[in-house]
Design a protein around this ligand. Structure first.
Ligand code: NAD
Length: 449
């Protein structure tokens, strides 16, 4: 099929590339000319395992094209995916400006029937807004064309985006139209193999709400376990044992109940807020969603609080001014360079505010950190974990990269003179850390602070 994808961010680029790899003819369109130029050379602007190879292979095969020429993108393809950003507005609602800008572009350049597929995460009712926007643009042109708009929310996870897109648990399509069902079945056929039930058709509004419900559920699980971790800490119980205890119950399951320093990323925080905002608009106070957000906000402060307490207890320091801290992990989760809403940012900013100097290392997000914070005298971007530890008054861990997990307690004890570790991801065995002579403070573990 001939397919165009508007937006070459995490979602658009993965969508376009995987569809091309499945044999479709794909054009990816973006307004960011520098990004498109790099993509045309096969350079991808984000870190996503396996994606660069896949882009290069499909570029070389001539099935994948990158352009800023929206008119070409619209006219060349039957299927038009919208995969642009929907950031949170000041009031927490989703900003639809980018989505509606694409809708206007579609209306301006359409010459025949198009199926418009909304992949961005958008509030319930957006498909109707896109429909109205295209219709209004067509009316201005005084043309009458047939088109459909359907909802096809994306569930991929950064870091595992290709596998999630190609072998995800389900593909949801919101539509009431038989023609759209047929076209979407053709589009996704290469990914269904012997599992046609993975393609789930439903009402447009149900599809739009499913995306928010899924993210809100996952965020709820994280805030729930963090709340229990905070209780466990005060009650002398180890959250890691509790996690195993409850995760073995099939009604609860082992996934997404890992205590830590809070959730981040470009989706959970904004989607929980947007859903709460939607609830308000229909006259419903979403108490649970409010609490999920509050717990997460509080959890992102925990590492800083633990550091303050630990320094006071172990070194008698009441101020962080002049301290040097090692920070491992900047990305909001492993296998990505994305630092949007990352707990590391809350920590770094609190440390700077308190007058501390930080030495950071992340396997992928160093460049992103430099882009966000620029060069500043109280930030050192180190080239290895070992370098961060030189002269550090404590080590703080924000992301569960495998490279950090592999470090042994004895190695840490040897390289970290201050012997103080604040682990926001519960990577190590507290007994082994203690035995190596380290003071180890994790999240929700028995003798932590
Ligand atoms: P992103 O910010 O990484 O990328 C958006 C891209 O759209 C940018 O490259 C931007 O230049 C481009 N763009 C903006 N206006 C445009 C226009 N008029 N025409 C063409 N391109 C335009 O965003 P993302 O992370 O890919 O997210 C896109 C959507 O998918 C959001 O709604 C997000 O909530 C949702 N989503 C994201 C993820 C994720 O893990 N990132 C997962 C599922 C769903």
């Amino acid at each position: 099929m001939r397919i165009s994808v508007f937006g070459t961010g995490y979602v658009g680029l993965v969508t376009g590339t995987c569809l091309a790899d499945a044999g479709h003819e794909v054009i990816c369109i973006d307004v960011d000319a520098a990004k498109i130029q790099a993509l045309q050379q096969g350079h991808i602007p984000i870190y996503e395992p396996g994606l660069a190879d896949l882009v290069q292979r499909n570029l070389a095969a001539g099935r994948l094209h990158f352009t800023t020429d929206a008119a070409w993108g619209v006219s060349a393809s039957l299927l038009q995916f919208i995969a642009v950003g929907t950031p949170a507005d000041e009031d927490g609602s989703a900003d639809l400006n980018y989505v509606l800008a694409v809708a206007r572009t579609l209306g301006e350049h359409m010459q025949d029937y198009k199926l418009i597929i909304n992949k961005s995460t958008v509030p319930v009712g957006t498909a109707e807004k896109v429909q109205a926007c295209i219709q209004a643009t067509l009316s201005q042109r005084q043309v009458n064309l047939d088109f459909d708009v359907c909802s096809n929310p994306e569930f991929l996870k950064e870091g595992a985006a290709i596998a999630d897109f190609t072998q995800g648990a389900r593909i949801i399509v919101g539509t009431e139209s038989a023609r759209v069902r047929e076209l979407m079945s053709q589009c996704y056929a290469p990914f269904l193999q012997d599992q046609p039930q993975k393609l789930i058709f439903m009402q447009v509004r149900a599809a739009e709400l499913s995306k928010y419900a899924a993210n809100a559920m996952l965020a709820t699980k994280i805030s729930f376990i963090n709340e229990i971790a905070n209780l466990a800490e005060r009650m002398g119980a180890d959250i890691e044992q509790i996690r195993l205890g409850i995760g073995s119950d099939p009604r609860i399951g082992p996934h997404f109940i890992q205590a830590g320093c809070g959730y981040g990323g470009s989706c959970f925080p904004k989607d929980v807020q947007a859903l709460a905002h939607m609830a308000e608009q229909v006259g419903y106070r979403a108490h649970l969603l409010d609490a999920v957000e509050q717990v997460n906000h509080q959890q992102k402060q925990r590492m800083f609080e633990k550091l303050q307490d630990a320094l006071a207890k172990t070194q008698g320091r009441t101020s962080l001014a002049g301290c040097t801290l090692a920070v491992w992990g900047l990305a909001f989760k492993p296998e990505t360079d994305d630092m949007r809403e990352a707990p590391s940012r809350v920590l770094l900013e609190a440390l700077w505010q308190a007058g501390a100097h930080v030495q950071v290392y992340d396997p992928q997000a160093q460049a992103e950190c430099a882009r966000i914070y620029g060069t500043r005298p109280d930030l050192d971007l180190c080239t290895s974990i070992q370098q961060t530890l030189m002269g550090a008054d404590a080590l703080l861990i924000c992301t569960e990269w495998q490279e950090f997990r592999q470090v042994s307690a004895s190695w840490l004890a040897q390289h970290l003179a201050s012997k103080l570790v604040i682990d926001g991801r519960n990577l190590y065995d507290p007994l082994a850390m203690q035995a190596a002579g380290l003071r180890y403070y994790a999240i929700g573990r028995g003798d932590s602070l």
